[in-house]
Design a binder for this molecule. Structure first.
Ligand code: 4AD
Ligand code: MG
Length: 450
């Protein structure tokens, strides 16, 4: 009887004859030997076919096999003579399952990113993309495990929504049987409702932003996990974000060593992701930016914009873009939490700081190495009157938020939560230069396909 196994279990079958099913990843041959690199999703194995063992006919099949042909190969499992932990297959027989029609578009030579993105459905088969997908899976699983093991209940939020959560400028509008509806920007408001039932909840799903941003960290569709906790304040929120992030990064380090090696990730940098994370106020962050500006000014290296204007000194009220976040986080070897932003920069639902009403009780977690904001959240306004003012100040349609205001009418409590973007977290842990490789089929400003 034929024993069919996956490549990652070959170590348990040394000396046995087994069958692998997969695709041809690469091939080298000489007169007497063909080296077939076969991948099956769990790994890559080198299958060595020798003319004298399998005969001229099968040898010719192996020798002419095109990249990405699907095949079944049977052979004896051997430990690699030189590399420890590596196993090979001495081929006894093989058969083609699906031939390659025409030429496989992605050859081992270098291709441009646009070309690869256009062939994303095939690009996913490459060793690097395979590794990234596995890290993403580990991150998603560890997120669920963290919350499931800490008393949270998963409550899914809707994707069609009647109202904005994160400002009206980034909404995707759709026609909902003649009414306007929007693709959700965040499940937060629904998580808040669920937290008033279950105490500790999280939602986890795709979210949408119609931002006209073409940066390396913006997607039009991305996945966000959003915990929400009743009776929690900003300090509790920061502590939760820290404990959660340490766990998620720890799980990747523990379970995805092989993939991080393929991605050539410097894991020492990830090992430093331990609590406590530094916590700095927005105003301290502005001071850091001002100092950096003053230094550039005195050394004559201020940035001149394309319109000829020289950059100006950062001041209270400025928002942080990628460059500012990089300057702030570069002082630390682990994620840094920036809290108490000016309320004018933040969404309508934030509670004001009772000690300084200009500030919102919000926080962002900035990842190291220039990866920027990966978590945003804070304490919510729990008083009806203040929340009504917030809705008005942001010129939001009151009717659409009546249900949300009910949460402040019937037993309102202090509560807080945050959202972590999965793709930015994958980009950081994998050490990637762009979020487009962190999601199977990215949706970006200029890309809706494949
Ligand atoms: O800071 P944001 O906009 O926060 C919220 O949506 C809150 N309602 C979350 C909450 O408190 N429940 O987004 C949270 C995170 C960001 O830190 C970032 O990681 C990610 O979502 N994110 C994006 N990721 C990829 N592309 C985009 N366009 C993103 N916008 C936000
Ligand atoms: Mg944010």
């Amino acid at each position: 009887m034929e024993t069919i196994v996956r490549i990652d279990t070959l170590r348990d079958h040394v000396g046995e004859t087994v069958t692998i099913r997969g695709w041809l990843y690469n091939k080298r041959s000489s007169k007497k030997l063909v080296f077939l690199e076969v991948r099956d999703g769990s790994g890559i194995v080198q299958a060595i076919a020798s003319r004298s063992d399998i005969g001229d006919e099968l040898f010719a099949v192996a020798d002419h096999m095109a990249q990405e042909t699907s095949l079944s190969v049977t052979g004896e499992v051997r430990a690699h003579p030189k590399q420890e932990g590596v196993f090979e297959l001495a081929v006894k027989s093989l058969s083609v399952i699906g031939a390659v029609i025409g030429e496989y578009p992605i050859s081992p030579k270098d291709h441009g990113t646009d070309f690869l993105m256009d062939h994303r459905h095939l690009w996913l088969r490459s060793r690097r993309q395979n590794a990234i997908l596995k890290v993403r899976h580990e991150i998603v699983k560890s997120i669920r495990d963290y919350f499931d093991n800490h008393g949270f209940t998963l409550v899914d939020a809707p994707i069609f929504t009647p109202n904005a959560c994160e400002g009206t400028s980034t909404l995707f509008e759709t026609d909902y049987h003649g009414d306007k509806a929007y693709l959700t920007q965040s499940g937060q408001l629904y998580s808040e409702a669920a937290a008033m039932s279950l105490g500790k909840v999280y939602c986890f799903g795709p979210t949408f932003r119609a931002e006209k941003s073409k940066t390396r960290r913006h997607l039009a569709e991305f996945w966000m996990v959003e915990p929400e906790v009743a009776f929690m304040d900003l300090d509790g929120d920061m502590a939760l974000a820290e404990d959660f992030l340490v766990y998620v990064v720890g799980r990747v380090l523990e379970n995805r060593k092989e993939e991080l090696k393929i991605l050539e990730r410097d894991t020492k940098l990830l090992e430093r992701v331990q609590g406590p994370f530094p916590r700095i106020r927005y105003e301290e962050a502005i001071k850091v930016l001002q100092d950096a500006y003053d230094l550039r000014k005195s050394s004559g290296t201020l940035v001149v914009q394309s319109d000829g204007a020289v950059e100006r000194r950062p001041e209270f009220g400025d928002d942080f873009g990628a460059d500012e976040e990089t300057v702030i986080s570069s002082a630390y070897d682990r994620p840094v939490i920036v809290h108490r932003y000016p309320a004018s920069l933040k969404a309508f639902y934030f509670k004001r700081d009772p000690e300084d009403s200009r500030l919102a009780l919000g926080m962002d977690v900035l990842a190291p190495e220039g990866y920027g904001e990966i978590i945003g959240g804070g304490q919510r306004e729990d008083l009806l009157e203040n929340l009504e003012k917030g809705i008005e100040a942001h010129k939001l349609p009151r009717e659409a938020f009546e249900w949300y205001l009910d949460l402040r009418r019937y037993g309102s409590v202090p509560h807080a939560g945050f959202g972590l973007g999965v793709e930015r977290t994958v980009a950081w842990t994998c050490g990637l230069g762009h979020v487009r490789e962190t999601i199977p089929f990215p949706r970006m400003l200029n890309r809706l396909g494949p």
